[in-house]
Design a binder for this molecule. Structure first.
Ligand SMILES: *[C@@H]1O[C@H](CO)[C@@H](O)[C@H](O)[C@H]1NC(C)=O
Ligand SMILES: *[C@@H]1O[C@H](CO)[C@@H](O)[C@H](O)[C@H]1NC(C)=O
Ligand SMILES: CC(=O)N[C@H]1CO[C@H](CO)[C@@H](O)[C@@H]1O
Length: 334
């Protein structure tokens, strides 16, 4: 597989993709679903007894969290805390686990769902220094372990199978104008940190000694300052780096609405082997949701449950219409 498959997230109250792993999506559309877009199958999970998810997906203005942060809006909680939800698929057993990282007074705890129930892992981990999880930076699943990045560059690693947690004390220095992407290089099986300025994008790989080593430096894609609204690095797999640029609409003939800037998104892909940029497409995407891109690799992994525990959903359920629409986004034949 040489090309990144992207599933674009259409962010609205009704829809949020939490994760994509081995061809399965963890997605919220009025309910929490695990879906396989390739086989067009899905499964509804009960998230009501999770200590984190109702707070993230709720939208009624009442939010409470163990550390007593209050968010006035559900969408805020969603955009800023959705990265606490990790999604992992075990390719051998073809089973999935959802892991929520819980920030507590002195450290972190983990809540796990294996498709049936939510439970708190006995594992907790204390950090030696205080640093927040990097907002909106999705956890990276590598070597059977979920990794969450903190603002100081250290990483919290949790293995959903063994339920062992550890801190990786890596640090990096980031200038305030630098863009950041936490990812994995699938070729060399290493965690990767990508720091970008408008001129240069630097790719760092994590060594066994917990040091970030500069692996690669590439020139940015040329972006026209006069029409550039924002840009971000949104996906990386070791072969390709995906950059999303938001720029003022330059199409002629569009009715200009006063006070409203027409913004369009442009997706650039850098081929790490060919050392070249190309334009992937010009999808419509809302300007403020930079990170809503997902690597997607079709698989035949099942999501169905056994008949006894199956949650029946009417076929005309509104949520299924949305879910089907989102699953279609990943159709790579179009
Ligand atoms: C973390 O710190 C708390 C309070 O100091 C302590 O009770 C707990 O045992 C510690 N956990 C670990 C895993 O060290
Ligand atoms: C998948 O599950 C099996 C059985 O529990 C376990 O031995 C294996 O380590 C798991 N693989 C990963 C990558 O977690
Ligand atoms: C926006 C911006 O700074 N673009 C620069 C990207 O890098 C090229 C050289 O590779 C410059 O010419 C552009 O000005």
């Amino acid at each position: 597989m040489s090309v990144l498959k992207l599933a674009k997230l259409n962010f609205s109250n009704r829809c949020y993709i939490f994760g994509s792993c081995s061809g399965l999506l963890l997605i919220y559309i009025g309910g929490l679903f695990v879906a396989n877009p390739f086989t067009n199958t899905f499964r509804l999970l009960d998230h009501s007894s999770s200590s984190l998810l109702p707070w993230i997906v709720g939208g009624d203005g009442r939010y409470y969290f163990p550390n007593e942060h209050e968010y006035p809006q559900g969408n805020n909680a969603r955009t800023e805390r959705a990265m606490c939800v990790g999604f992992a698929v075990n390719r051998t057993t073809k089973s999935f686990k959802i892991v929520c990282i819980l920030e507590m007074e002195t450290g972190y705890g983990f809540e796990i769902n294996d498709g049936y129930c939510w439970r708190l892992s006995e594992t907790t981990i204390n950090a030696s220094s205080k640093s927040d999880l990097t907002t909106r930076m999705k956890p990276v699943y590598l070597d059977g372990t979920l990794h969450w990045l903190r603002n100081d560059g250290s990483i919290i690693a949790f293995n959903p199978e063994t339920e062992q947690a550890r801190m990786i004390p890596s640090i990096f220095h980031r200038e305030s104008d630098m863009k950041l992407l936490f990812a994995a290089d699938d070729n060399i099986n290493r965690l990767t940190l990508i720091l970008g300025t408008k001129e240069t994008i630097s790719v760092y790989a994590l060594r066994k000694n917990s040091k970030w080593i500069l692996a690669r430096q590439i020139k940015n894609v040329s972006m026209e300052d006069s029409i550039l609204v924002s840009w971000n690095m949104v996906a990386y797999d070791g072969k390709h780096l995906v950059v999303r640029e938001m720029k003022k609409n330059t199409f002629k003939g569009l009715v200009h609405v006063e006070g409203l800037v027409h913004v369009e998104g442009l997706v650039h892909v850098y081929d790490m082997k060919a050392n070249s940029w190309r334009v992937l497409g010009l999808p419509w995407c809302p300007s403020h949701y930079d990170r809503d891109f997902y690597k997607f690799m079709p698989s035949l992994f099942p999501v169905e449950e056994d008949e006894q525990t199956k949650v029946i959903i009417a076929s005309d359920d509104q949520r299924i219409r949305y879910l089907t629409a989102v699953m279609r986004l990943t159709d790579t034949t179009k």
